[in-house]
Structure formats: C-alpha cells, structure tokens
Design a protein around this ligand. Structure first.
Ligand code: AMP
Ligand code: FES
Ligand code: ZN
Length: 287
C-alpha cells in the first residue's frame, strides 16, 4: 500500500480512511492529538503541564505530541524501585528528555521509605497506583504546575469503565473525563491521549525511533478485558474510539460524592482519616 505522497505506507486506518508513510504519519498523529485536546478542552496554552512519563511507548508519544504542539511542559518520572524494569524505564525517560530537550524531574519511591518490591504480592498494582497518583499530585502542586498529564489510552479507559461497571462502582466513571479541574489540594488532571489507541502511539514511536522501553512490568497482570476490547475492535472497526468518546460524555453526568477531608499525617486530600499513601508508608516504610 502507498501513502498519498507515493511512499510505502506504514499506517492504514479504516476509521480515519487514511494510508500514511513514516514521514506523513507523525504530522497526522500530532494533528489528531491537537484536535482532541482543543475539542475536549483538555489543556490550556497558559498552563504549566507536568507530563508523567513511565518510559513506555504511550507516554513517550504524549511527550512528543506536547512538544510539537508547543505546550509548556516538563517531564516527570517516578522510580518505583522494581529492579531491572525500573532501571530501563529511567534510562528511557532520560534519553527522551535529552531528545526532546525538555527538563526531566525524577522522584524515587525509595525516598519515602519503601519500594513496590516491598509490597505484598497481591496488593502490588493497587499500591503502585496509589503511590503514582499521590506523588504526581504532590510534586505538581509543590512545584507550581497547573495540570498533570498522563498518557492513558482509549483501551485503558474502556478497561477501567467496564471493570467499574461490573463491580457497581458507577460513581468512579466520573474520573474518566479527559480533564478534571483542580479541587482543594488536588491539581487538575488531564488525559491528552484519551481517544488515541495503543497502535497509534506505537506507530508514532517506532516510525520516529523515539526512545522508549518495551519491557513489561514484572507485576503486570494478564488482562483478559484488554483482549476482549481488541477482539470487539477487530469485528467492529471504530468501536474503541466511539465508545471512549461516549464515556467522556457520560462521565460529565456523574458526580463523585465523596466526603473528602485531609489526611491527619500528611495533610493531603483523603476520604479517610489517614490517606492510602500514608497507610502504605506506615505498613511498608523503613523509617
Ligand atoms: P499505568 O497506571 O501504568 O497504566 O500508567 C498510566 C499513565 O501514568 C502512563 O501513561 C504515564 O503517563 C503515567 N505513569 C505510569 N508510570 C509512571 C511512572 N513510573 N512515572 C511517571 N508517570 C508514570
Ligand atoms: Fe506498577 Fe507494575 S508498574 S506494579
Ligand atoms: Zn497522608
């Protein structure tokens, strides 16, 4: 297959009805990210953005798009202390920072007294999520960033949506908006890639040879819902992006009515006396 410019194609999409080569694809990618960011009012030109990068392909693609779209941002990485995996991730984000010429901020979970390797096997993923959300928010607020950006893809969002629908946590769906404005000590959160697919992100980083790591976290669970979402897309082209845009609309109608207070240890926003992050520090911390 050939691109509209005549070169050999690397990307074909029935959803967008395009066939593109490695030179035309990055421009197309940046354009569709920019369009969604504008349409869903995900970021503002005046804001200082903290772009959270894991070292993987999705956040690498997000950082590239933010750079090309000329947003004001810095990179932020949390070293989770997961052996070789974390070392590889750190190496990739350092290369990315150099490649994009954007400042990189690194926080080590170890400096809070524990690492993900200290957590009970069964609780690793939820502890990791708690630590990431907490550190992203605190770092952003204390360093004067207006909004945190994460590279959640449409597959991540549909996955979260299905799991919460099945367990009856309907109110959690309000968290799936492409942007949540700031509240109390919580900095605004944004998902500039909420309607991008993993394939679109992968095609970008591979065609440009951007620095990213493809090694998987050794604690990543086998996720059957992700496979189901891919299967549906194979049978119904456009399912993922149409579905995620409807989730974004639906999320506006749902209110998360939590009785939010402040953690009596760290003072951050919490729905219990001691926040989940301080509970982790109390349980696994080494002083
Ligand atoms: P995950 O929770 O692993 O699905 O990651 C969701 C998003 O959180 C990624 O796309 C990144 O934007 C961000 N993120 C994940 N891991 C890290 C990390 N170690 N440091 C900074 N940001 C991260
Ligand atoms: Fe958090 Fe694997 S990245 S447990
Ligand atoms: Zn706390």
């Amino acid at each position: 297959m050939r691109c509209r410019c005549g070169r050999r194609a690397v990307f074909h999409s029935k959803v967008y009805k395009v066939t593109l080569c490695d030179e035309c694809y990055p421009n197309f990618y940046v354009e569709i990210v920019g369009r969604s960011v504008k349409r869903y009012k995900i970021l503002r030109r005046s804001e200082r953005i903290l772009a959270c990068v894991s070292g993987g392909k999705d956040s690498c693609a997000m950082a590239y798009a933010l750079k090309r779209l000329e947003y004001k941002f810095e990179l932020f990485h949390i070293d989770l202390g997961i052996g070789r995996y974390s070392r590889e991730c750190l190496r990739s984000v350092e290369e990315l920072s150099e490649f994009l010429d954007v400042n990189l901020n690194v926080v080590r979970l170890e400096d809070y007294g524990f690492t993900i390797e200290d957590v009970d096997r069964r609780k690793v993923c939820s502890a990791c999520g708690t630590a990431k959300r907490y550190l992203m928010n605190v770092f952003a607020r204390l360093n004067g960033f207006d909004v945190v950006a994460t590279a959640h893809t449409c597959e991540d969002i549909i996955n979260f949506f299905i799991k919460n629908m099945l367990s009856g946590n309907v109110e959690y769906i309000s968290k799936l908006k492409p942007r949540i404005d700031s509240f109390d000590k919580l900095v605004a959160k944004s998902k500039p890639l909420f309607d991008r697919t993993e394939k679109e992100n992968a095609t970008l980083v591979l065609t440009l040879n951007l620095p990213f790591t493809s090694i998987e976290c050794p604690h990543a669970p086998h996720d059957v819902w992700k496979e189901i979402i891919y299967d549906v897309e194979l049978r119904k082209k456009g399912f993922k992006q149409n579905f995620v845009r409807s989730i974004a609309k639906l999320a506006n109608f749902i209110r998360l009515d939590w009785n939010l207070g402040h953690c009596k240890i760290c003072g951050e926003v919490s729905n219990s006396e001691v926040c989940s992050f301080c509970k982790l520090r109390l349980r696994y911390g080494k002083g």
